[in-house]
Design a binder for this molecule. Structure first.
Ligand code: PEP
Length: 234
């Protein structure tokens, strides 16, 4: 069983989500399918699909205009939240420290965070990929947690760019993440790969050791693109 998570970013409508859910109802799969959608679409009946948000406040409640708390997300029936996506890190200056606070908030409300880590092109070219990934995992995930989390390795330079790292690069990154999680007492945590996943490369990527599923941006928006990814692996 793999985890296939979609990230709709700032796209879609409630009716569009209903159409996607309807299209996915008859898809035969043992994989876990998650759609992380804008806050305004939460509360739609996901059927076989679990819904999640794409961000969460570090705060529980109070005078934080525009923020949405983990409890509020949970109140819609959503089960997941993407935390530390590269676009949040890039456009909203989210650091590993802020991401960790969001992970804590999510866990305390019973949500499963999908924690994103990955290197920029500058970091890659400076030979810092492994360092950024390891510090991303160690600093973004709280110590001593006893609840489920998911980690996503998303090379930031490859997101939405139609680029993917080599099989060896993905394997090396995922092994490092799996080993780091094991050293943190989190062995067995699913680690997803994300960036430019599509129907034509999903099966190959998910056959790489320590790749437990995928986080999909652009190709999760339409059933014709998303379903082949879901059915590419058993
Ligand atoms: C993402 O935004 O998480 C992502 C993986 O995007 P894309 O699949 O479009 O590269």
């Amino acid at each position: 069983m793999k985890v296939i998570a979609g990230n709709w970013k700032m796209n879609g409508t409630r009716n569009g989500l209903k159409d996607m859910v309807a299209a996915l109802q008859n898809v035969e799969t043992e994989n876990k399918v998650i759609l992380c959608v804008p806050f305004t679409m939460l509360g739609v009946d996901g059927g076989k699909v679990s819904l999640g948000s794409q961000d969460v406040s570090t705060h529980d409640h109070g005078a934080y205009t525009g923020e949405v708390s983990a409890q509020m997300i949970s109140d819609t029936g959503a089960k997941y939240v993407i935390v530390g996506h590269s676009e949040r890190r890039q456009y909203h200056n989210e650091t590993n420290d802020i991401v960790r606070q969001k992970v804590e908030a999510a866990l305390s409300a019973g949500l499963t965070p999908i924690v994103c880590v990955g290197e920029t092109m500058d970091e890659k070219q400076a030979g810092k990929t492994m360092e950024i990934i390891e510090s991303g995992v160690r600093e973004s995930i709280p110590n001593n947690i006893d609840k489920d989390i998911i980690v996503a390795y998303e090379p930031r330079w490859a997101i939405g760019a139609g680029l993917t790292p080599t099989t060896e690069e993905i394997a090396e990154a995922h092994k490092l993440i799996a080993d780091t999680l094991t050293s943190m007492g989190l062995a067995g945590t699913p680690v997803l790969y994300g960036a430019s996943v599509k129907g034509s490369n999903a099966a190959e990527i998910m056959s790489i050791p320590n790749v437990d599923g995928v986080l999909v941006g652009g190709a999760s928006l339409k059933p014709d693109d998303f379903i082949p990814i879901i059915t590419s692996v058993k």
